[in-house]
Design a protein around this ligand. Structure first.
Ligand code: C2O
Ligand code: CU
Ligand code: CU
Length: 515
């Protein structure tokens, strides 16, 4: 273990980061590697970028770049970042506005930037077909057609999404709309409205990030033993208001988090991926899988410290909820193998919220938030089925082979359009997980509603609009959506598992929306 020291980094306007006994490639199963401390680093807040308006268009400049960040004492880590060495600014968009984003690729190799969750034309989507060559600038333009919520941007190059995202090239987007400003929700960015980007990493002894150095990394997805929160390890936030809104983004490659407070206090979930909920949902735990967002409001007016931590979860070890499935191997055997290979459920400190002595009172959370018309199965004109499987290939990766991460029996092929959806159609997409681990299933272009999971209606954050849904082993989840506005028979959108190593290995497909 490393002793606690303070280091300074250029990350997000030069905040000081303290790395707390972070584990350097510690032995698997060594337990939590993050020590507690009363002298925590301050939570970095990514700068809020409102762009600039030129003749009615809001313009953003994003520079993709290589950098060095200091996460660990005395060590620097080669990273990728946007307008800085690690992560990027929070882009502030408004529904109805025309937007232009100039993305300059300075990383010295091809990549892409995808606007996760946004309903935009396929040519602006930033998926694997919108490659930005090194030195070039890609300038998508689109109109924001979105409910208020938090979205995010990240790379999406075929076979390289996992690596590029892992090295830090991602950022949040906060969309405002005209319908929600009247709601008395905390919305002072960085004061009572706080984005939290959660990413787990594994470090080599020289401070560099360790990526895909073992077989389980490839099979279960890349998981680390150090949790970064906006690029800091176990940071502290000083609350100045009675209520704090946390906008959580799971920007990890593969890890699922079951979040709660150490004292088990209740909080209110107010949003899922792509919208506020119809009403706040009171709970003491929230599960968030890679690609998902959720927003919670925690009340700290009792002046007691509130520590956000991770709890074990049946799906969070990557293989829970064994129902059916099991693919070609018996579920039990696969589970044992995964356990041996480091499927884990380690616990992390996420954020310590320390209320200041004079808290500004926050208004009560409204009991109703927004109206989302409830879609019913009978609204759909078509049902498509997507079967997720991990075949023998992943089990045989000792030999370095790949293969086996499939949807409907096929690996991703850039030249094949898998599904053609009619413009204006309302469809049910039924996702069946026949593998022994949970997969977060993500669809580009649309926000969907979850109809049911194994026949049961959704709860909590899953009742809002979503673009990513966790499908546990053996589960069947049905989602429903309307495909509107943008037709393009050539350029496809993606759907895929948001465990980035699975996506990169082929658990992805392409669909077009055609007039
Ligand atoms: Cu978050 Cu296809 O991506
Ligand atoms: Cu996406
Ligand atoms: Cu997966």
């Amino acid at each position: 273990m490393i002793t606690r020291r303070t280091v300074v980094t250029g990350l997000t306007a030069g905040v000081a980061l303290t790395a707390l006994g972070a584990g350097l490639r510690s032995a698997p199963g060594a337990g939590p590697v993050q020590a507690r401390s009363d002298n925590l680093v301050k939570l970095p807040i990514p700068p809020l970028d409102k762009g600039r308006v030129e003749s009615g268009v809001r313009i953003f400049d994003l520079a993709l770049q290589r950098g060095q960040a200091q996460f660990l004492p005395g060590l620097s880590t080669p990273t990728l970042g946007i307008n800085g060495p690690y992560l990027g600014p929070t882009l502030n968009l408004t529904d109805g506005e025309q937007v232009e984003i100039r993305v300059k690729n300075g990383i010295g190799e091809p990549t892409t930037i995808h606007w996760h969750g946004l309903h935009i034309p396929a040519r602006a989507d930033g998926g694997p077909h919108q490659v930005i060559e090194p030195g070039k600038t890609w300038t998508p333009t689109f109109k924001v057609k979105q409910n208020a919520g938090m979205f995010w941007y990240h790379p999406h190059l075929m076979h390289k999404t996992g690596l590029h995202a892992y090295l830090g090239m991602a950022g949040a987007m906060i969309v405002n709309d005209q319908r929600t400003p009247d709601l008395a929700l905390p919305s002072d960015y960085g004061v009572d409205d706080i984005p939290l980007v959660l990413q787990d990493k594994r470090f080599n002894r020289d401070g560099s990030l360790d990526y895909l150095s073992s077989m389980p990394d490839r099979m279960m997805g890349m998981k680390g033993d150090v949790l970064l929160v906006n690029g800091a390890i176990a940071p502290q936030f000083k609350a100045t208001t009675g209520k704090v809104r946390l906008r959580l983004l799971n920007g990890s490659n593969a890890r699922i988090y079951n979040l709660g407070f150490a004292d088990d206090r209740m909080f209110q979930i107010i949003a899922g991926d792509g919208s506020l909920l119809r009403a706040p949902f009171k709970t003491n735990r929230v599960v968030i899988s890679p690609g998902e967002r959720t927003e919670i409001i925690v009340d700290v007016s009792d002046q007691k410290m509130a520590e956000l931590v991770t709890y074990p979860h049946e799906a969070a070890d990557g293989m829970g909820m064994m129902g059916g499935g099991g693919g070609m191997m018996g579920g039990g055997m696969m589970r044992r193998m995964m356990g041996m290979m480091g499927g884990d459920n380690r616990r992390f400190q996420v954020l310590q919220i320390q209320p200041s002595s004079a808290l500004k009172a926050s208004p009560a959370i409204p009991s109703k938030l927004i109206q989302i018309p409830l879609m019913k199965a009978s609204d759909a004109s078509n049902t498509r089925r997507f079967v997720l499987e991990m075949g023998m290939g992943p089990m045989m990766m000792m030999g370095g082979g790949g293969g086996g991460f499939t949807i409907n029996g096929r690996e991703m092929d850039m030249k094949r359009i898998d599904e053609r959806v009619k413009l204006g159609a309302t469809e049910i997409w039924e996702v069946v997980n026949k593998s022994p681990m949970a997969h977060p299933f993500h669809i580009h272009d649309i926000q969907f509603q979850i109809l049911d999971r194994n026949g049961k209606p959704p709860r909590g954050q899953e009742t809002g609009l979503k673009d990513t849904v966790l499908v546990g082993a053996g589960e069947t989840v049905r989602v429903i959506a309307k495909f509107e506005d943008y037709a393009d028979p050539e350029r496809p959108y993606m759907y895929h598992c948001h465990i980035l190593e699975h996506e990169d290995a082929g658990m992805m497909g392409q669909f077009t929306v055609e007039a």
